[in-house]
Write a protein that binds this ligand. Structure first.
Ligand code: SDX
Length: 431
């Protein structure tokens, strides 16, 4: 945290307090209220954390007004175009772009951790075949702490690093096996001669009955989708991982908590909800009806894949995803995909509507991703597991940063209590 001699003055109950102000390398200043309760006996109040910084971090910066997303300073559009997912993983974990030998070593390490303990496959058999793959992922990832004891001592930096590598490496296998179990096909094991994205596609779509050749177009698109979802500063699921980790819980249990949070339709579940919305709209002529519903305060319907707590401009990931959707569908020879036509028309009409313009509601990362994933052959139920697979590197990078921070302490928010004040128990005969 960069110090500054700036202060903020707060007067409460007739007394005035000087609060330190810290300046970032980018973004808004922060008012340090850590001593406020001890000095003034008052809490601050910010449900949903709309104006609250929960930590300091050097990993990802988002400028919501400009629609800018930087990972360790590098803009997401350059990383999506010029880098690849495992290099972005190295960047997020270690803070710099690796040299060729470092990258080769890292990719080899990840590749050689992609297999699961053979006993873990029996967890899947405990689920119904129609279980949502996210339910399976929450369970199986949480169970990893029962198998990888030698990387659960979070006080040991080497064990923290091994746990990070294991989570990044094994998530594609866990997600692919959740899909295979869901559709009743045999598990496909990872192969060390395939890159990360190709391995995942093969584990999802190969069957023992025939050879499977990875389509390089799909592999490149898959890798780019992983990169676009890798990290996003202190979003709800990352904050969940940080809060769970603040108690000293092991990384596997904390990432399982992050997966559970990501599942919600307001967060990572929006990619599935968005495609289901596009299916429900069905045709361009029905768009006005749904836009009116999204604007109606009495209707709980919202445009899924639209709006964002931080972005008040285009989500830069959505721009790349939209371009990728055009490319992938074109290369796959999928012309006039009805959902893509509806999505583009919906985006155009919404962005011309004062309701969305005034509230600065733009397409977010989830608006176009589902169209690509569906074109690649995934069912909607696999969209959020793919988001979770990608975001695992963000969760573990933020977790590593927090655990290594000497200021790290258990997260324990307070409240504005509006309940009953002290009163005596009443025996049942007197009620
Ligand atoms: C992700 O945090 C992250 O970084 C998340 C993420 C990541 O990478 O980790 O970027 C991934 O979660 C993307 C968001 C995916 N969710 C959706 O697409 C679901 C639809 N979007 C909304 O539910 C909403 O926009 C949120 C949850 C994303 C943001 O909600 P906020 O910041 O709490 O905003 P809000 O609910 O206070 O909305 C502000 C206003 C409200 O109207 P008023 O009460 O002021 O009159 O905008 C309206 C909302 O009703 N609004 C919408 C809308 N989103 C907000 N109206 C219609 N459709 C929408 N999608």
């Amino acid at each position: 945290m960069t110090e500054s001699n700036k202060t903020a003055t707060l007067t409460v109950h007739g007394k005035t307090y000087e609060l330190p102000v810290h300046s970032p390398t980018a973004g808004p200043d922060v008012v340090d209220i850590r001593k406020l309760y001890g000095q003034a006996g008052v809490f601050t109040y910010d449900p949903g954390f709309t104006s609250t910084a929960s930590c300091d971090s050097t990993i990802t910066y988002i400028d919501g007004e400009k629609g800018e997303l930087l990972h360790r300073g590098y803009p997401i559009d350059q990383l999506a175009e010029k880098s690849h997912f495992l290099e972005v993983c190295f960047l997020l974990l270690y803070g710099y772009l690796p040299k060729a030998d470092e990258l080769e070593q890292f990719e080899s390490t990840i590749t050689h951790h992609t297999m699961l303990h053979e006993q873990m496959q029996y967890f899947y058999r405990g689920f119904r075949r129609d279980a949502h793959p996210m339910a399976i992922m929450v369970g199986v990832v949480g169970a990893m702490s029962a198998f990888y004891h030698d990387s659960t001592d979070i006080s040991d930096p080497r064990q923290r690093e091994i746990a990070s590598h294991r989570l990044i490496a094994k998530m594609p296998t866990i997600a692919a096996w959740a899909y295979k179990y869901h559709i009743g096909q045999p598990f496909v094991y990872p192969r060390n001669d395939l890159d990360y994205a190709s391995n995942f596609l093969r584990m999802c779509f190969a069957v023992p009955a025939e050879d499977y050749e990875v389509n390089p177009i799909l592999s490149r698109a898959m890798d780019r989708i992983f990169t676009l979802h890798a990290d996003h500063e202190q979003n709800a699921s990352t904050s969940t991982v940080r809060l769970a980790s603040s108690s000293g819980a092991n990384p596997f249990a904390c990432v399982a908590a992050g997966i559970a949070c990501l599942w919600g339709p307001a967060h990572g579940g929006a990619n599935q909800a968005c495609l289901e919305m596009l299916e429900e709209i069905g045709s361009v002529d029905r768009i006005p009806e749904f836009i009116e519903r999204a604007k109606d305060k009495n209707d709980p319907f919202r445009l899924m894949g639209f709006g964002h707590r931080v972005y008040k401009n285009f989500d830069p990931r959505a721009k790349v995803m939209k371009q990728s959707a055009d490319e992938v569908l074109d290369l796959l020879g999928i012309e006039n995909n009805p959902k893509l036509q509806v999505a583009k028309a919906l985006e155009k009409q919404a962005l011309e509507d004062p309701y969305f313009v005034d509230k600065k509601l733009f397409p977010n990362v989830d608006f176009y991703s589902g169209i690509i994933l569906e074109a690649m052959g995934f069912p909607t139920s696999m969209f959020t597991p793919i988001f979770a697979l990608s975001r695992t590197v963000g969760w573990v990078s933020q977790w590593k940063e927090m655990i290594a921070d000497p200021q790290n302490k258990i997260g324990r928010p307070r409240q504005l209590y509006l309940g009953e004040t002290l009163r005596d128990y009443v025996d049942i005969e007197n009620r």
